[in-house]
Ligand binder design. Structure first.
Ligand SMILES: NC(=O)c1ccc[n+]([C@@H]2O[C@H](COP(=O)([O-])OP(=O)(O)OC[C@H]3O[C@@H](n4cnc5c(N)ncnc54)[C@H](O)[C@@H]3O)[C@@H](O)[C@H]2O)c1
Length: 290
């Protein structure tokens, strides 16, 4: 249902790769709410993914940009303002990638070149987007910038690897830049810490299915879906949340405040007595990684 919450607003949406992507769902909701926007992704993603199809659906353009490359970002921001006919009101940073996760490197045996890439793509790129936008004075007063995060920034989650460090940095950038951009130009900057969600990036995390199930059993409201995440993003882009800034906002059905739920406990009890070598309730294959 549309409330035209973003009527007349212009945005840039990073990270819509395919219909599963959270950014894809945000683009659909932003369109419903009356916004116009450009889409952006890497050259490879534009070639292999469906970003261009989405752009066509919403009569907009998909602009190639590697979010770690400042020149690409400058080009993106200038082209977006040109195409949309004015300054930007909202930006979604929906980008995450860890070569260490992809290559199955253990957290105690990281490849440091890969770690640099993880941090650059998944966190420092957020700083680059903000710095470029500020230098070009591209965001209107009361504009809103949102990046997507995960609770592994605060707590340890098996298998999340160096992405946990990237998310901690991402959330810190939201606070540090939020102070500067808010003070000077009333631009607000937040991160949304989303439930595990089935997407291309999400499914790369080891044991993701079980993590998803566990989070769902632990959360009194159940996991938040990608569509629900999009709804939450829309509220943050709207004028209804003008004084919310520098926050990491949990959108996880209550997961982050839980210790143990009845549902999770019941499932855990069922799993006890599993006959793998060490007597614990887990996949024997996991011995290789703990
Ligand atoms: N899926 C989950 O369980 C989950 C949970 C919490 C937070 N998040 C976060 O949500 C965000 C979106 O991920 P998603 O789950 O929708 O997966 P996704 O794979 O659909 O999106 C990730 C996007 O990042 C883009 N990307 C990668 N490297 C890039 C670069 N150098 N420059 C520009 N774009 C680049 C990819 O092309 C892709 O479009 C990520 O930040 C992710 O960490 C996901």
């Amino acid at each position: 249902m549309s409330h035209q919450l973003l009527k007349g607003k212009r945005g840039i949406i990073f990270g819509a790769l395919n219909t599963e992507s959270i950014a894809w769902k945000v683009a659909e909701r932003a369109h419903e709410e009356g916004a116009t926007f450009t889409l952006t992704n890497t050259a490879v993603a534009l070639r292999m993914g469906d970003t261009a199809k989405l752009a066509e659906k919403f009569n907009t353009i998909a602009i190639e940009a590697d979010a770690t490359n400042v020149q690409d970002l400058e080009n993106l921001v200038v082209k977006s303002m040109d195409h949309l006919g004015g300054k930007i009101d909202f930006v979604l940073h929906s980008i995450g990638m860890s070569p260490n996760v992809r290559k199955g490197r253990h957290y105690s045996d990281l490849d440091y070149n890969m770690l640099e890439k993880t941090l650059d793509i998944s966190a420092v790129s957020f700083h680059k987007v903000l710095q470029v936008a500020r230098k070009l004075d591209a965001i209107n007063e009361w504009g809103s910038v949102v990046a997507l995060s995960y609770v592994a920034a605060q707590r340890t989650f098996y298998g999340y690897n160096d992405m946990a460090d990237a998310k901690a940095l991402l959330e810190s950038i939201a606070r540090s830049f939020g102070y500067i951009y808010g003070r000077e130009r009333r631009v607000r900057i937040n991160t949304i810490s989303q439930s595990p969600t089935i997407t291309t990036a999400g499914s790369g995390v080891k044991g993701f299915d079980r993590l998803l199930d566990f989070a769902d059993r632990m959360s009194p409201l159940g996991n938040a879906s990608g569509d629900e995440c999009a709804d939450y993003c829309i509220t943050l882009f709207s004028d209804l949340t003008k004084k919310v800034t520098m926050q990491n906002l949990f959108h996880d059905g209550g997961f982050s405040s839980m210790g143990m739920s009845l549902k999770a406990l019941t499932q855990y009890e069922k799993g006890l007595g599993c006959d793998c070598e060490c007597g614990d309730a887990h996949d024997p294959e996991d011995h290789r990684y703990d």
